[in-house]
Design a protein around this ligand. Structure first.
Ligand SMILES: [Zn+2]
Ligand SMILES: [Zn+2]
Length: 141
């Protein structure tokens, strides 16, 4: 459904359909993608890193990273297209986190789940104790 929104890129009001940026910025991005892609197509640039692409094309590194994240530029085609992990800064070619960080985060989530489960169990035990207490209390009278 179309609605008015501010462009994520330039802040201009535009009719939002599926993109988070306005038509002008989209066109601009497509143009830059072409430039980057044409640059990467040259055999000599196959192994360029993101900062080398930036030097060669003038396209912002952030935008190049966006293309990699959107898988428009594929790391298996261009082996040096990596960018820093959001947690530790290690080079990655996919998603936001490196494998070890996403493992750590999953582990932390699992631990959190366990804690919640234990807390839940303690709660149950407490209720059980309270129930037993009242049961004993009743029989004593
Ligand atoms: Zn815009
Ligand atoms: Zn990491």
């Amino acid at each position: 459904m179309a609605e008015l929104d501010n462009c994520m890129n330039c802040g201009k009001l535009y009719v939002r359909v599926t993109r988070t940026i306005c038509q002008d910025c989209y066109k601009e991005e497509e143009k830059k993608f072409r430039i980057v892609y044409d640059f990467m197509k040259k055999r000599i640039n196959r192994e360029a890193t993101i900062s080398e692409i930036y030097e060669g094309t003038g396209v912002e590194e952030e935008l190049i990273i966006k293309f990699v994240k959107e898988k428009r530029l594929r790391a298996n085609q261009f082996p040096n297209l990596n960018y820093p992990c959001e947690r530790c800064g290690d080079p990655i070619t996919d998603g936001k986190l490196c494998t070890s960080c996403s493992k750590t985060l999953t582990k932390e989530l699992e631990i959190q789940d366990e804690i919640t489960a234990i807390e839940q169990r303690i709660d149950d035990e407490d209720r059980e104790k309270v129930r037993t207490y009242f049961a004993i209390d009743k029989t004593n009278k």
